[in-house]
Design a binder for this molecule. Sequence first.
Ligand SMILES: Nc1ncnc2c1ncn2[C@@H]1O[C@H](COP(=O)(O)OP(=O)(O)OP(=O)(O)O)[C@@H](O)[C@H]1O
Length: 387
Amino acid sequence: MEAESSPPPSPPPSQSPPLKTYKLTASSIGYSKSTTISPALLFKPCKTTTPINILKDISFTAYPSQILAIVGPSGAGKSTLLDILATGTSPTSGTLLLNSLPLHNPSSFRKLSAYVPQHDCYLPQLTVSETFAFSARLLNPNLADVSCIVDSLLAELRLTHLAHTRLAHGLSGGERRRVSIGLSLLHDPAILLLDEPTSGLDSNSALNVMQTLRSITDSRQRTVLLSIHQPSFKILATIDKILLMSKGTVVHYGTLSSLEGLLLENNFTVPPQLNSLEYAMEMLNQLNYKNPIISCLELPPSPKNPTTSIPETKTVEVKYRSSRVHEIAVLYSRFWKIIYRTKELLLTNTLQALGVGIVLGTIYINIGLGTSLEFWEKVQLAMSTKA
Ligand SMILES: Nc1ncnc2c1ncn2[C@@H]1O[C@H](COP(=O)(O)OP(=O)(O)OP(=O)(O)O)[C@@H](O)[C@H]1O
């Protein structure tokens, strides 16, 4: 009896190395779509259209052990921003920073992060544990004990009771979403990016997914960024910070209580039936947002004062491709405009010179002819006088 009532023995001190944590900063990120130039337009001026600014001056920092939710109405730019953060798309301006240092090497970033797309991707005939085992083996064919990894993943995602259920049958949408999240965790990413992990789920399943994400965030001090549509009160409780976006710009970045403060500053009182985020989304166009986040951004250190926190990835200086392409395109366009204008000018001048030449020539011939006629008249007069 005594043995049963005594406290369980304390676990042995962990021998695992200290966790590597990362904070991800977006510094004045902008993204625009501009004209592409066809080589067929070689000798014509390139038609330049106004670029569409999809993202403008987006700045924020996502911290370890925190969930940052990117919220906004449809078309606000959430997916585009997530794609840039996942290094799938290069921004046209601004910088991404990893632990305060510019992130120049997308492939090493992808090794320490995971991106979970909106749509689940799996083999329907496999069971949940087979799916995890299969993917773990694909990632590392030399794995000695796959079952140990699969079991701990099932426990972390609260899917142990469904380990032998086939994905095509008997799994709810929320459970399938948790399997997708589990697949992204197989290489133990420090940063997790999720595009609308709760979309298409009922409120209970959505809450379940978010609670799972909360425990994943806390257990390994992960940095989690996700896009979400209109989260409920309960879901908001699982989120640390909100990046509220509208028309490609940041309307608010901070905690839910700081959003309440912003609403109060703008003389708005949240109605009892709505949470402050839902109300802020209704009042988006009337919110006067002063950007206080610049102060909390940790910008890259100057060469004179290097930082002591060095990220785990080795970074190599590579300029963003799309901005390069854009610059080259603009230069190319200008070059051909100049050539075309010069050609036009030369043609016009030649025609003008030809016209002037013809006029002058005619005048000269007329004068010459007139002069010669006068001369012959004089000769004839002299001859007739002599005669
Ligand atoms: N390749 C593209 N070319 C032109 N415009 C684009 C392109 N991709 C996105 N956009 C525009 O950029 C804006 C932001 O799109 P994005 O998909 O990022 O918004 P979102 O907030 O994720 O929307 P939703 O919640 O509906 O998914 C939209 O107005 C969209 O039409």
